[in-house]
Write a new protein. Structure first.
Length: 214
C-alpha cells in the first residue's frame, strides 16, 4: 500500500512520518506563507488530519513551526486561518492516515451542537487564564475548556442515560464542513444540549495551559 501526501508517495506510514519530521526540524521555527516552497506540502499534510474541516475553519492563510509549549526542544505545527485565528495540529497524527469513523462523527456532532454555547461563554467572560492568570485581548489565544467533569465524561454519561437511539449517520455543515446531527435526530441533539448546559463546568484557559492539560 502507498501513502500519499500530495504528489509525494511513501511506502509506509513510518517513512512518511520520518520525512515530515526531518523537514520540520530542518525548517525549524518559521512562518510558512503561500510563497514558501514547502507551503503546498503542509496544505496536503493537514488535509490528511481527521479533523481537517474543523482545523482549517474559514480557510488556510499560512502555517508556522513553533517550540512545543510542554517541551521546548520539540517542534509544534500551527495553522493560521483567513480570519486571523490560529490553531495547533498534530503533524504526527496527519502521518497516521486514520479514517474518520461513525464514532468520531458522533463526537464531532456533539461538539458542534454545543458550539453556540461555547462561543457565548467565551464572549461573556473575561479572557483571563484560570491557570496562569494571564490576560489578553486576542481571543484566539484563549480556549474554553471543560473543567471537572471533562467533555469526555459528559459525553459518556449522556450516552449511557439517553433513551433515544444514538445516531450513526450524520450531515455535514456546509459552511465549515464538520459533522453535525441530521434533522431526524433533532430531539437527541436537544436533549444533549440541555444535558450539557445543566452539567458542564467551563473555564477559560490560554492556549499553552490548555495544551499542557491535554
Amino acid at each position: 500500500m502507498k501513502y500519499n501526501i500530495g504528489n509525494l508517495g511513501f511506502k509506509t506510514k513510518k517513512e512518511c512520518e520520518t520525512f515530515t519530521r526531518t523537514l520540520i526540524y530542518k525548517l525549524d521555527c518559521c512562518d510558512i506563507k503561500k510563497d514558501h516552497p514547502d507551503y503546498n506540502f503542509f496544505v496536503n499534510l493537514i488535509k490528511n488530519h481527521p479533523e481537517y474541516e474543523i482545523k482549517k475553519g474559514t480557510g488556510i492563510d499560512s502555517f508556522s513551526i513553533v517550540p512545543n509549549p510542554m517541551m521546548n526542544k520539540y517542534r509544534q505545527t500551527m495553522l493560521t486561518r483567513l480570519d486571523g485565528t490560529k490553531i495547533d495540529f498534530s503533524w504526527v497524527y496527519c502521518c497516521q492516515f486514520k479514517e474518520r469513523t461513525p464514532k468520531d462523527n458522533l463526537i464531532k456532532s456533539m461538539r458542534s451542537a454545543i458550539r453556540d454555547d461555547i462561543i457565548k461563554y467565551k464572549r461573556s467572560n473575561s479572557l483571563i487564564c484560570n491557570y496562569c492568570k494571564t490576560k489578553t485581548e486576542a481571543s484566539h489565544d484563549y480556549h474554553v475548556d471543560h473543567d471537572n467533569p471533562s467533555f469526555q465524561t459528559l459525553k459518556d454519561n449522556f450516552l449511557q442515560l439517553t433513551t433515544k437511539q444514538i445516531p450513526t449517520l450524520f450531515a455535514d455543515c456546509e459552511k465549515y464542513h464538520y459533522a453535525i446531527f441530521k434533522e431526524a435526530d433533532i430531539e437527541f441533539e436537544k436533549d444533549w444540549v440541555e444535558f450539557h448546559k445543566k452539567n458542564c463546568n467551563l473555564q477559560i484557559l490560554c492556549r499553552d495551559c490548555n495544551l499542557r492539560k491535554r
